[in-house]
Design a protein around this ligand. Structure first.
Ligand code: SAH
Length: 217
């Protein structure tokens, strides 16, 4: 039992189950992955509280509830190929790696990508590939993806990401203006990339998705 296992259990009960997260695999995984190892030492005591935290370069690690909600919305079973845009500290990446087959994650800020890579290596994740670059282009060589998650807020749903989604695949993405967004789940229904179903999950506030098919810096 690690020093933080009690805090993790409280996080699961008070912030996730109490607010309606039911996917057992998501709850089990978030109950085991050491979230505190993805933040600076001085912030580790706050790693399990109900809020985002700074991770450097003016970016933040998403609050536990949002990580759970976005992951649950992807309905992962364990066989999926997943793309993540916005690796940040790598915590969400680790959760995805536990719940899917492989994760392709893109981060535009190199120093964050390197730090995330180090944290994930030390926890022995071998089914994650991280790349530094503009994730709004997606990762076409590896497409199609069964699931795509964007952990930064976009002005619109990028066409590139719709195209790289498998038929039946799901894209979870915050879309709105720079100060508030709606978390959307987009399901691709057929070979035609614009044949999609869009569901609103909740209101949210993310840092900007900056890139060719996002906000301009
Ligand atoms: N899931 C991460 C979220 C970090 S915040 C975590 O919990 O730590 C969002 C991240 O998206 C930031 O690290 C930011 O640099 C990154 N980002 C923003 N625009 C991007 C883009 N076009 N491509 C790749 N990453 C991007």
């Amino acid at each position: 039992m690690g020093r933080y296992s009690k805090k993790r259990t409280q996080m699961i009960n008070n912030h996730l189950i109490a607010r309606g997260i039911t996917d057992k695999r998501v709850l089990k995984t978030m109950g085991t992955v050491p979230r505190h190892l993805f933040v600076d030492e001085g912030l580790q005591d706050q790693a399990y509280s109900d809020n985002p935290l700074p991770i450097g370069s003016r970016q933040t690690i998403s609050q536990p509830y949002i990580v759970a909600l976005m992951t649950e919305a992807l309905q992962l079973k364990g066989t999926e190929k997943v793309m993540e845009i916005g690796t940040g500290c790598g915590y969400q990446t680790a959760i995805l790696a536990e719940l899917a087959e492989t994760v392709f994650s893109i981060e535009r800020i190199a120093s964050l990508a390197f730090r995330a890579q180090r944290a994930l290596d030390s926890l022995h994740y071998y089914n994650i590939l991280i790349r530094v670059g503009d994730g709004t282009y997606g990762w076409s060589e590896e497409s199609p993806f069964d699931a795509i998650i964007t952990t930064a807020g976009a002005p619109t749903i990028p066409e590139t990401l719709k195209k790289q989604l498998a038929v039946g695949g799901k894209l979870v993405i915050p879309v709105g203006n720079r100060s508030s967004q709606t978390l959307l789940r987009v399901t691709r229904l057929s070979e035609e990339p614009n044949d999609i179903k869009i569901e609103d999950l909740c209101g949210c506030r993310f840092v900007d998705l900056i890139g060719e098919h996002g906000w301009k810096d």
